[in-house]
Design a protein around this ligand. Structure first.
Ligand SMILES: C[S@@+](CC[C@H](N)C(=O)[O-])C[C@H]1O[C@@H](n2cnc3c(N)ncnc32)[C@H](O)[C@@H]1O
Length: 335
């Protein structure tokens, strides 16, 4: 039997438990604008913030208490200021959001998802719109600098770019802004993410230069406009092409679907190799466990390098990023 004194000594449990609650608070504080406000003004009052955003005051205070419990903010009654961990959490907030908003339902269902008897049909759910929201920001620090270096290094202009698994469409919007003569096509299987993409493209004044197509990239049929595509991109969705046989087949199929695509940029997280369990960086564990639960094959860099030639593409360059999930960008050209 445990006593009250024992409970006080459960400091490891308390730290883990409070961190779990804080992870939810990080996702919420980002979405509700509290993190940005703290970053900008260096201080906020809980109740004034709650009133201004029409939030429940007690729950808002609870959110800040959770952040204070793990050193993200300091709380003096209702006054909140950034604490030591704030800058790091502000920078990595989208990784938390991916977990607690985008993938929450998958993790909540862990016991059921693990049972073989349940692993058929649609055996898990995630929130595609929330994933698209988080990925938009994850991309800015995990891929963008390397993406632009790869695009700038292509040494060729392109009239039409097609983004496979485009999610929120952010990458296409950026490419179109930087290349005013270019048109874009976004392909995604998730209608909810495409609604966000269409709305954002219209807001950015790009509605007449970009189209979005709700299709499964593994099985989509050809369309007349695919013949104009000169640059193919696929970011944070390439692992969905796997396992190997399917990946090779689909890479070959992309050659037929897009006969004028001269370059293909695949940027993705890869399966980590040789990192001890107690040295895993932020995100990697959640990302890999989630994909295991979803039954999604997560290739290593070596796995990827073994499919390009068979898939009809030549690896021109590899940009090793290695931020939080062994990210890499492969720059391919048609063989
Ligand atoms: C992690 S998000 C990345 C979104 C975007 N590429 C980015 O860089 O932010 C992965 C996207 O791939 C899409 N996706 C997954 N499997 C797909 C498939 N078979 N066909 C088309 N899209 C797919 C998902 O719906 C999701 O929007």
């Amino acid at each position: 039997m445990n006593t009250a004194m024992d409970a006080r000594s459960w400091t490891t449990a308390a730290r883990l438990y409070n961190s779990t609650v804080a992870a939810w608070a990080i996702g919420a504080a980002w979405e509700l604008g509290a993190l940005d406000e703290l970053a900008e003004h260096g201080v906020l009052d809980t109740f004034e913030f709650a009133t201004r955003h029409d939030l429940d005051a007690a729950s808002t205070l609870g959110m800040f208490r959770a952040l204070a419990a793990v050193g993200v903010v300091r709380r003096d009654d209702t006054k909140i200021v950034p604490a030591d961990a704030f800058a790091e959490i502000h920078q990595t907030r989208s990784l938390f959001h991916w977990l607690v908003r985008g993938s929450a339902e998958l993790f909540r269902q862990m016991p059921s998802v693990l049972r073989n008897e349940n692993r058929a049909g649609e055996f898990y759910r995630r929130d595609p719109a929330a994933i698209a929201f988080a990925c938009k920001e994850i991309s800015t620090f995990c891929y963008d600098p390397w993406f632009w270096s790869a695009v700038d290094g292509l040494g060729t202009d392109f009239g039409v770019v097609l983004d496979l698994g485009c999610g929120s469409g952010e990458r296409l919007r950026q490419v179109l802004h930087r290349h005013p003569g270019t048109r874009g096509i976004g392909v995604d299987i998730a209608g909810e993410a495409l609604k966000v993409a269409e709305k954002d493209a219209a807001t950015a004044g790009l509605a007449d230069r970009v189209t979005f197509v709700e299709e499964d990239m593994l099985s989509m049929a050809t369309r007349p406009e695919f013949a104009d595509v000169e640059l193919l991109t696929c970011f944070m969705a390439g692992h969905d092409l796997w396992p190997r046989e399917q990946c090779v087949r689909t890479l070959r199929r992309f050659r037929d679907l897009f006969p004028n695509a001269r370059r293909f940029l695949i940027g993705d997280a890869t399966r980590s190799v040789g990192i001890p369990d107690d040295e895993l960086p932020v995100f990697m564990l959640g990302f890999e466990v989630a994909h295991d639960m979803m039954g999604a094959f997560m290739p290593t860099v070596e796995d990827w390098e073994s499919v390009f030639a068979d898939g009809g593409w030549r690896l021109r360059r590899k940009h090793t990023i290695d931020m939080v999930a062994s990210e890499v960008i492969f720059e391919l050209e048609r063989r």
